[in-house]
Ligand binder design. Structure first.
Ligand SMILES: NC(=O)c1ccc[n+]([C@@H]2O[C@H](COP(=O)([O-])OP(=O)(O)OC[C@H]3O[C@@H](n4cnc5c(N)ncnc54)[C@H](OP(=O)(O)O)[C@@H]3O)[C@@H](O)[C@H]2O)c1
Length: 314
């Protein structure tokens, strides 16, 4: 360790918001950075012109790997002077209606978007408590504020992150440890292409107009890709706001960082729930047509061998 600059650990720094934030923090120059990515993605750093130095440490971290979580936090604590800021950015999105997701799909997404971040926080906390100082910044989403059709697994994982981080805020406040939820809405980035589908949502999308969820998938996909291409918010503009939050003495628990996230935050907060859900459903593109196909699914159901109950996808 060569300086006393605060040590920041960032997950999912290989692309999108994570890479923009890594660049912004390097440009800022006031931090030592542990930039992490899955082993297969580490090459993204050299491609982006980011190399190891006295103040930049590039480490493999799949947030679902216990060994890698322990290795990186142990190094921060044992040899890099202690972790000051943990930024839980790594996350994936998944397009699937509830019927089309298996237990593995749900658990896999929770492992990355909620359980990994909470486990990293738990590993970082003993050192932060001892030093009576620390920040845990979680990249949430407008999908952690509102449920969205075809995004139940993603919204569920971000709602979990919101609840877990809000509880953590109370737990660690007495030790001067600040917990923040950064809430982007849509960002103009390539991450829409990275949205995962499930075996059954892919089959439903492929079977077109014959599938009962055809209008759900088609209209939500169009709406999301249209909005992501046109929004003014970019990973770079959101990264700049996150760096400002890192520098704040007393950051808020929830920080919406895009105009649409602010709108949804206030809309959800102040409109009575029954009216809110009615307005939102009406506002969805072509939602009056959503129930018009009621034929059997074209995807073959998997019959459970027990109790004669037909469990389609688990
Ligand atoms: N884009 C948006 O409009 C938007 C809106 C609201 C919130 N967010 C949130 O912002 C964060 C960043 O998203 P993004 O838009 O930058 O998406 P992105 O471009 O798809 O980047 C996601 C990052 O997460 C990493 N990642 C995925 N699984 C991982 C794992 N198991 N362990 C470690 N890293 C993993 C990816 O690494 P690989 O390169 O190895 O795949 C990648 O670096 C996410 O938490 C996302 O939910 C995004």
């Amino acid at each position: 360790m060569t300086t006393n600059k605060p040590l920041v650990l960032l997950t999912g720094a290989s692309t999108g918001l994570g890479l923009a934030l890594a660049k912004e923090l390097i440009e800022d120059g006031n931090y030592r950075l542990v930039l992490t990515a899955r082993a297969k993605s580490l090459k993204c750093f050299s491609a982006a012109g980011i190399f190891e130095s006295d103040e930049i440490y590039l480490r493999p971290l799949d947030v679902t790997s216990k060994e890698e979580r322990i290795a990186v936090i142990s190094e921060c604590e044992a040899t890099l002077g202690g972790l000051d800021v943990l930024i839980n950015n790594a996350g994936i999105a998944m397009r699937s209606v509830v019927e089309d997701a298996s237990a593995d799909d749900r658990i896999g997404l929770l492992e990355i978007n909620y359980i990994g971040p909470m486990r990293l926080a738990a590993l970082a906390l003993p050192g932060m408590r001892k030093r009576r100082n620390g920040r845990i910044i979680n990249i949430s989403s407008a999908a952690g504020l509102i449920g969205m059709p075809t995004m139940a697994c993603y919204c569920g994982s971000k709602f979990a992150l919101e609840g877990g981080a809000e509880s953590l805020w109370y737990d660690v406040k007495p030790w001067n440890i600040h917990v923040t939820l950064i809430i982007p809405g849509f960002m103009r980035s390539d991450s829409f292409q990275n949205t995962q589908t499930t075996k059954w949502s892919r089959a439903a999308i492929a079977s077109g107009q014959k599938d009962p969820y055809y209008h759900h998938y088609r209209n939500m996909e169009k709406l999301i890709s249209w909005t992501m291409k046109r929004t003014l918010a970019s990973p770079e503009s959101v990264a700049r706001k996150i760096v400002r939050v890192i520098k704040q003495k007393n950051p808020s628990l929830r920080v919406p960082v895009t105009a649409d996230a602010w709108f949804l935050f206030l809309f959800r907060r102040f409109l009575p729930r029954a009216i809110y859900h009615w307005v939102m459903f009406r506002a969805l593109p072509a939602s009056d047509r959503w129930g018009e196909i009621s034929s059997e699914r074209s995807v073959p159901p998997i019959n459970s061998t027990t109790n004669n109950i037909s469990i389609k996808y688990d």
